[in-house]
Ligand binder design. Structure first.
Ligand code: ZN
Length: 477
């Protein structure tokens, strides 16, 4: 038997316009063009704190229910490496932005240890015969979220990261479509229990506590699961696991030894003398609090009244825009029908193209029109799906998204047969199938499906099966 403990350090890149301590742009650009004396660490330059980054960090802390330190400070973490021009990184050590907190994960809660702000070092890109140091990334604002070692398996670590990313998407502090927006270091230790039978002492359990291994350089949720799975297997085959820092190689899919595990104390932190303490005023805190959007957990609670399946609610909450669209549509249309159009048709098609709702320009009014057509039984479910697919295709091609009516015209779609005709067919079928009707009245539900089938046959498939079923139920009640 074994017990696995995993703790994560999650680095999230904030989507501020400028860097953490200078006014250089954070946008993607040619290497070493978004740089200045400050982020290159020239002597005599002084950092100036980006207030937006502080607001974003506070937003994250509130979303994670962390306790905000009303007065926090920055520290220098000293180390020598080419990605760090000034030989120290400005981060937080003694008093971070916030401490404590939690994220609900199914039935359990994962405790958050701390939330802090820090600057990203430069990016090291290994080329065939040289190494490129790109200082565009030097000084990009990051928030580091550190968990307690509460995660019990590689798959739980993946789910935690997915849920965390979902939460962060809802508060708009980061752009997750950019590569490398989330980077993770994972700490893992494995305790083994061995049952042995001793001659004198009887059954006893021997417990071997494994050393803590840190795996660095993991990007994203799926990679965390892979890296931890690999690390579990590696440690299983070792007599003695030593505490160390390893690097995840996502191409080879192995962890590689990097260095003996250092402790935080080894870095010799000192207070950053060029930055004042940051005081979180009531005014600032109120501002951030009042701008905090509704979080997925609260939305989930609020959606309970619609009695949707868990799967549909999960899908609606995969991106904030989808949940907003759902709420808008609910104002005018049936919630279940709205949820089905958004999740089964729209989200499915977007997934196929690897897109998000915010990437395509689909007007809410177009979706309202589609729901009208569905609710008036003027199109079938199948046709509704075709319309959604066509709309997304229009958007992908960069063309103007056609209206449902235009798409129907383009497909030379014939509306399901008219009310009177359907009525006549229903009555015909009732007259001709007395046996099935008796069965239905005795409670055999499948008899109704048979009758629906008979009407559809007479209508040559041009009727709406849902509507026919309703008409039959009405006639037979
Ligand atoms: Zn700069």
């Amino acid at each position: 038997m074994q017990e696995i403990k995993v703790g994560l350090e999650v680095h999230v890149q904030l989507n501020t316009e400028s860097k953490l301590f200078c006014s250089c742009s954070t946008k993607l650009a040619d290497a070493n063009t978004n740089v200045c004396d400050v982020c290159l660490g020239m002597p005599g330059t002084k950092p100036v704190l980006n207030e937006k980054a502080v607001e974003f960090a506070l937003k994250i802390a509130l979303a994670l229910k962390s306790k905000i330190n009303r007065s926090f400070l920055f520290s220098r973490k000293t180390y020598f490496y080419p990605d760090l021009a000034k030989n120290f990184q400005i981060t937080q050590y003694e008093v971070p932005v916030a401490q404590g907190g939690k994220l609900r994960l199914g039935e359990k809660e994962i405790r958050i240890k701390r939330v802090h702000l820090e600057e990203d070092p430069a990016r090291i890109i290994r080329k065939k015969d040289y190494t490129l140091l790109d200082y565009n990334r030097s000084g990009i604002p990051l928030v580091e979220i550190v968990t307690e070692p509460d995660l019990k398996s590689p798959s739980e670590a993946r789910v935690f990261l997915q849920d965390l990313q979902q939460l962060l998407e809802f508060i708009y502090i980061s752009d997750f479509s950019k590569e490398g927006t989330i980077r993770v270091d994972a700490n893992i230790s494995i305790t083994r229990y061995k049952k042995e039978y001793g001659y004198k002492e009887g059954m006893k359990t021997e417990k071997t506590e494994g050393a803590r291994v840190e795996v660095k350089n993991i990007s994203g949720a799926k990679e965390v699961e892979r890296a931890l799975k690999y690390e579990m297997l590696r440690q299983k085959n070792l007599e003695n696991v030593k505490a160390e820092t390893r690097l995840w190689d996502d191409k080879m899919r192995v962890t590689k030894g990097a260095r003996e595990k250092e402790t935080e104390e080894d870095y010799g932190y000192i207070f950053e003398p060029d930055l004042p303490r940051v005081e979180v005023t009531n005014e600032l805190l109120n501002k951030v609090e009042s701008n905090l959007p509704e979080l997925p957990e609260m939305k989930r609670k609020r959606y309970e009244k619609y009695k949707l399946s868990k799967e549909i609610v999960d899908t609606l909450l995969t991106e904030p825009e989808l949940s907003h669209y759902f709420e808008y549509l609910c104002e005018t249309h049936n919630p279940k029908a709205s949820a089905v159009v958004l999740t089964k048709y729209l989200k499915k098609t977007l997934n196929y193209h690897n897109l998000k709702l915010k990437d395509v320009d689909i007007d809410i009014r177009i979706l309202r029109r589609l729901l009208d057509l569905l609710q008036e039984y003027r199109i079938t479910d199948e046709m509704a799906e075709v319309i959604v697919r066509d709309m997304v295709n229009d958007a992908v091609r960069g063309e103007e998204v056609r209206s449902p009516d235009q798409i129907l015209k383009d497909h030379e779609y014939e509306e399901p047969i008219k009310e009177e005709k359907a009525n006549k067919l229903v009555n015909d079928v009732i007259r001709e199938n007395q046996r099935a009707i008796e069965d239905y009245k005795e409670g055999k539900e499948e008899a109704l499906d048979y009758l629906v089938g008979q009407v559809m046959k007479k209508a040559k498939g041009q009727a709406d099966a849902r509507k026919v079923k309703k008409m039959l139920e009405k006639e037979l009640s």
